[in-house]
Design a protein around this ligand. Structure first.
Ligand code: GLA
Length: 388
């Protein structure tokens, strides 16, 4: 965990010696329900014990933001009124969320901010959503009398990705970062935005992430292409069924997908096939969790991996390798987690197999790729909050 005193010492050193308020927001895991959020489906995330911590303070100027990224040792100052905003990608999150919070009626003025993080970058654990949520929470507290709701802060984070960072993401990451609760996963219906906390204490099992340390870049990328494919299939189904209202793949059936198979082409068909399957799998996992049937949960996780790898094509060699090692070790469930194109696998593993699995995965991965995967034990933790 990061340390308040560490962040504070940098805030004092790099600005005017005064202290501000300190906020934190976590990264997330997702048990199942991948690439379903922007398709109006279900997701099953939880916040983790790794996140972003920021100290923030109004600096008395009308619109000058002075920002320091502690881990990168990089300082950027910019004006909120500058239509282009800063170039540094980390600073664009600060710029973007400030403007999105202004749109929500928060009278954001100039402020100083220093932040650090321990969510591994590019691991598919949403370091960017952790930043957006943390900064949104701070701005709401400092300038907005905490009038903006949790949902609106999550949506402001998502809008930051869309409008300033070039990633057309869904709502899962920001939702999980804002609403997380220790010990609980959350089942979110991304269409209605209704959600439920699910206490997650799998007796005899644990969740562990294996980070391939292969980095992905989502901006201007295959992530947006996947989303476009899904939307294309929906447009075709809508055109065939003008009597109905088809907004996302959530509204579409397997039969309707088959009807448009030829016209949408093989690639878009495969993408939509994965999404419809994933919709069913999340519901299957909910049922299995209610019954305490973790073997069933694991089986569905493997199916998700297969779909993400073969149909959605967001896996990579290293992640498929880690998935195979999990299978060989009798791990209950394993799959690529998050947007894809690198990052982690999430593994549901029986306690008695844990040690052997981790050792084997490290050894085999190292033999093949020349470095060990990183291992993160999942601790499901609280969402955005003020620390002092
Ligand atoms: C990224 C996006 C999310 C979601 C996942 C895939 O993390 O930010 O909105 O689409 O990928 O499930």
């Amino acid at each position: 965990m990061m340390d308040i005193e560490f962040v504070r010492s940098r805030f004092i050193k790099h600005f005017d010696g005064k202290t501000g308020n300190v906020y934190t927001s976590p990264g997330r895991i997702n048990l199942i329900g991948e690439h379903t959020d922007y398709n109006g489906g279900f997701v099953f995330p939880g916040a983790v014990d790794k996140g972003i911590m920021a100290e923030m303070r109004a600096n008395g100027t009308e619109d000058t933001v002075m920002a320091y990224a502690i881990d990168l040792k990089d300082r950027v100052d910019f004006k909120l009124s500058d239509p282009n905003g800063p170039r540094a990608s980390w600073a664009r999150y600060i710029y973007g969320i400030s403007l999105e919070m202004k749109k929500l009626g928060v009278p954001v003025k100039g402020y100083n901010i220093a932040f650090a993080g321990d969510v591994p970058l590019g691991a598919g654990m949403s370091s960017s959503a952790a930043m957006e949520s943390c900064f949104a929470f701070g701005l709401n507290d400092i300038f907005g009398d905490n009038k903006v709701s949790q949902w609106d802060m999550a949506l402001a984070g998502q809008a930051t990705e869309h409008n300033y960072c070039g990633v057309n993401c869904g709502i899962m990451d920001q939702f999980a970062s804002v609403f997380g609760k220790a010990g609980c996963l959350m089942r979110l219906d991304c269409r209605s935005r209704e959600f439920e906390y699910f206490p997650f204490k799998p007796d005899g099992y644990r969740l562990v992430l294996l980070d391939s340390v292969v980095k992905h870049q989502l901006a201007g990328s295959p992530y947006n292409d996947r989303r476009n494919s899904c939307e294309n299939v929906v447009r075709h189904i809508q055109a065939k069924h003008p009597e109905g209202k088809y907004e996302t793949l959530r509204d579409c059936t397997w039969e309707q997908l088959e009807e448009v198979k030829e016209e949408v082409g093989a690639e878009d068909y495969k993408r939509a096939k994965f999404v419809l399957g994933e919709k069913d799998r999340v519901l299957g996992v909910c049922e299995a969790l209610t019954e305490g049937d973790y073997e069933k949960v694991g089986e569905l996780m493997y199916k998700t991996h297969e779909g993400l790898s073969k149909d959605y094509e967001v896996s990579c060699e290293e992640l498929d390798f880690l998935n195979d090692v999990a299978k060989e070790n009798g791990v209950t469930g394993s799959r690529i987690m998050g947007g894809g194109f690198g990052g982690c696998t999430i593994n549901l593993v029986r306690n008695d197999l844990y040690r052997k699995f981790i050792e084997d995965a490290k050894k085999k991965f190292n033999e093949k790729y020349g470095h060990e995967p990183k291992v993160y034990d999942v601790v499901i933790s609280d969402g955005s909050r003020k620390l002092c």
